[in-house]
Design a protein around this ligand. Structure first.
Ligand SMILES: Cc1cc2nc3c(=O)[nH]c(=O)nc-3n(C[C@H](O)[C@H](O)[C@H](O)COP(=O)(O)OP(=O)(O)OC[C@H]3O[C@@H](n4cnc5c(N)ncnc54)[C@H](O)[C@@H]3O)c2cc1C
Length: 386
């Protein structure tokens, strides 16, 4: 084999880039990232809404978020590129007792995890934050002031550029087509540009992760699930400093984007599959939910040509699969982020680099995220999936 690398990362999205950056920063600079598209960002990363938040319902996700939010705050210092981190907050709005109790429980957990930037809100507080909401049924809410949004493309680029500065390589337009093994485990990667000798491969292939795992004979339960976003034309009736607002009743959520609003809703009828075309019928469905919670959205103008669809990478318990695959020594997984891959990319890079270089990570108990949990019935449970 002519080419060789200490670590080959399959997938140059935000997750693969973050891992490359962390490895290089820790001194492991002989890293080669393979991206089959001619440009990075054509997978889920370039389609993301960029939401980042600490408001989750389990300690594991809160830990991943806290590390990541802190890193976004110093991203430019670390990488030389802006993350576009806007701390405009996430406002969860509850209009039934069950959701209110859920927010109260989360609040207790967040405080116990040391989060100081979250507060429970009365209906009046909710309206003070976003006066345009229909409030007749609102029972309360919760607001995290360090939650907000980043620019996923810029974060991916920052990780990559800094990793490359430190010696990592990125091959664009090159697909991994096989994972080679010998008696010791991973021995190399077969690609459309020839073989690469390596003892360590990281699967960071986003929605295509199951196919890459299958190259090593590993069954990975990660399924692509279409998500659609609808940007509006300029809309002056809502402040552009408004937070991400989540109507818990319907799952409809929105945030300011440019001079307009970015509308999101996860259609529960969507089924798994590589569907990446935008369905124009979705516009009516989402506007129905939008106007119901924000009556002035009646005046929104939408150009269907600007709307888009992308793929979530879903696991059965909506938690990622991070860590080594014991039956294929040298193969690592960083997959299945189930809608949270942008916000958790800094923590994921750290955990995967720690596991590769030291065999453990102080940040989280990575064993909880192992692939084995599915076979062993140790599924995790997170209810705050958007
Ligand atoms: C509409 C939408 C909204 C979202 N909103 C949010 C949000 O608000 N907050 C949040 O945190 N997350 C959000 N997400 C999820 C987030 O975008 C993803 O979890 C994240 O981008 C995953 O990054 P990745 O690098 O793992 O995958 P990707 O960005 O998909 O990168 C994987 C890369 O692997 C490459 N690849 C695949 N197979 C091969 C191969 N065999 N050889 C070489 N290269 C290969 C692909 O071309 C691709 O570029 C959203 C996703 C969507 C679709």
């Amino acid at each position: 084999m002519a080419e060789a690398a200490d670590v080959v990362i399959v997938g140059g999205g935000i997750v693969g880039s973050s891992i490359a950056y962390r490895l290089a920063e820790a001194g492991c600079t002989d890293v080669l990232v393979l991206e089959r598209e001619p440009h990075q960002g054509r997978g889920s990363t370039g389609k993301s809404m960029g939401g980042v938040r600490a408001q989750f319902s389990t300690e594991l996700n809160i830990r991943l978020s806290l590390y990541s939010l802190d890193f976004f705050a110093r991203f430019e210092e670390a990488t030389g590129c802006p993350a576009g981190y806007r701390r405009q907050g996430y406002l969860f709005v509850a209009s039934n007792e069950e959701h209110l109790a859920y927010l109260q429980n989360n609040y207790q957990l967040l405080v116990a995890c040391g989060v100081k930037s979250v507060e429970l809100l009365s209906p009046a507080d909710v309206l003070r934050l976003v006066p345009q909401l229909r409030a007749d049924d609102i029972l309360g809410g919760s607001f995290g002031s360090t939650d907000g949004f980043v620019d996923p493309y810029s974060v991916m680029t920052g990780f990559t550029l800094r990793a490359v500065d430190m010696g990592a390589r990125l091959w664009k337009g090159v697909e991994a087509t096989g994972i080679l093994e010998d008696a010791r485990g991973v021995a190399g990667v077969e690609t459309t540009r020839g073989r690469i000798a390596t003892r360590t491969v990281v699967n960071a292939a986003g929605p295509w992760a199951a196919q890459v795992a299958a190259l090593a004979g590993v069954q990975l339960p990660v399924e692509p699930l279409r998500r659609m976003l609808v940007p509006t034309e300029p809309f002056p009736l809502i402040s552009h400093a408004a937070p991400m607002v989540v109507d818990m009743e319907t799952g409809f959520h929105f945030r300011p984007e440019g001079r307009g609003i970015l509308l999101a809703w996860n259609d529960p009828e969507e089924t798994a599959g590589f569907k990446t075309s935008f369905d124009p019928e979705f516009i009516e469905k989402i506007l129905l939910r939008a106007v119901d919670r924000v009556p002035c959205f009646d005046a929104l103008e939408v150009n269907p040509k600007r709307a888009w669809a992308g793929l979530y990478e879903m696991t059965p318990d909506h938690y990622p699969v991070i860590g080594p695959v014991p039956q294929v020594p040298g193969l690592y997984l960083a997959n299945g982020f189930s809608g949270h891959g942008v916000m958790h990319s800094p923590a994921t890079g750290k955990v995967v680099a720690d596991l590769i270089l030291h065999g453990h990570s102080d940040l989280i108990d990575a064993g909880a995220l192992s692939l084995a949990r599915f076979a062993e019935g140790r599924l995790l449970h997170e209810t705050a999936v958007l």
